[in-house]
Design a protein around this ligand. Sequence first.
Ligand code: SAH
Ligand code: SF4
Ligand code: F3S
Length: 463
Amino acid sequence: GDSSFMPPAWPKLSSRLMNPPAANPARPRVYLETYGCQMNVADSQTVSAVLRRAGYVSADRAEDADVVLLNTCAIREHAEEKVLHRLRELARLKQSRPEVKLGLLGCMAQHNRVAIMEKAAFLDVVAGPDSYRRLPEMLGRAGDNYNASIDVRLDRAETYADITPDYGGGVRAYVTAMRGCDKFCAFCVVPYVRGRERSIPPSDLMREIGELAGRGVKEVVLLGQTVNAYRFGDTGFSALLKMIASIGGIERIRFMSPHPGDMSDSVIEAMATEPKVQPHLHLPIQSGSDRILAAMERGYTVAEYLDLVARVRAAIPGVALSTDIIVGFHGEEESDFEATTAIMRAVGYDSAFMFKYSVREHTRAFRLGDSVGEEEKGRRLIALIALQEEMSLARNRAMVGREFPVLVEGPARRGGGMMAGKTPQFKTAIFAADTAAVGTAAGDTVNVRVDSATGHSLMCSIA
Ligand code: SAH
Ligand code: SF4
Ligand code: F3S
């Protein structure tokens, strides 16, 4: 294949204006909207590369496109509802322009294909996460005979290793290192919608990241649902981290999401000894109750998790920890919930993603039921969020007066001449752009001192 070919950026508004919409454009325009996690964002860059090679150009809005694709998420009911809502809007678009092809991609396509076809009979294409290579031919077939083109075969060999995703720009790039998940946590749909674990060969990752470095990327985030379970032949995750650290131009390495059960001593050692691997670890705990962890089939106890946290903190001074937590899993009693708040206090996370349990069809927990009412889940979630905000604020305030190297990303969202970037711990640092100072442009690393903090960001001055 032409895997070493690096794509130019897709045409922006100005070039599209020079090339106005036509009834039957030679190069069909595709609009792609992405839901869900970073892995879906990375997959959309692969989809984009596949379609660009097949002659498609990008559109910035569904209204301007010949093909509209939604890359979807099935992790919680709410994620699916958002997509169904969007599909109802797009149904109106298709009513006014019946020639528009509408496609549903990703995890929801895989999860709910039958129900989706019933709900949205106007879909032209339904493609699961392992079918993107075939999208051009599927789109070619779609609409031939009023039957949607459906491809939801999971393929344990598909890694898209030879397809260089369309890089979205910026100083940080997200790179898929492994696909799928073999853990089968009782609540989770991912193993069913993404299939078996498979790792991308190190040589392909080295090539892709080397090319990204050549395009100005300074920080790479390796992605996988259990990214630290990475293994290709003799290369495990710690060896991969060290290999990537040898790439010139790449200054920072991060990864998402490691599973506590795969957090080996060698990975901790790689984090501790390889300066490019940043001191931040996302370590999803899900619950602080052993009884619930067992029912979730997470594969660790609270004591084992806390022991891991202690080893990580001993090896990597100043490491930031973040986590994922589910409230209201089937059977969660008030005492289990209190155990979760206790472990949050015991660990002192820098940040946390917290969710109400959502029963998912096909999962092992589906048959168990849903014993905690919606209102009670809401109460528990609100309490957890309040606790975490308090702790995030305290942890960020403890940074006041300290200095950190910040990789500058660009102007801060709040404007006013402020710049933003991330500290090694992945905290957002905001500082006044000092034009007299060297190194305050995107991609530069600048030393800042923390002046004040909120729960979400650090206000800094150049040190
Ligand atoms: N692979 C990662 C998690 C990926 S999904 C890991 O194991 O750590 C991201 C988060 O969504 C999970 O950590 C979990 O907290 C949440 N989640 C997954 N399934 C869920 C469900 N059925 N209901 C509510 N939250 C869920
Ligand atoms: Fe889901 Fe568990 Fe796999 Fe994470 S490790 S993706 S929670 S099954
Ligand atoms: Fe959602 Fe699929 Fe990611 S279910 S969280 S988009 S792997």
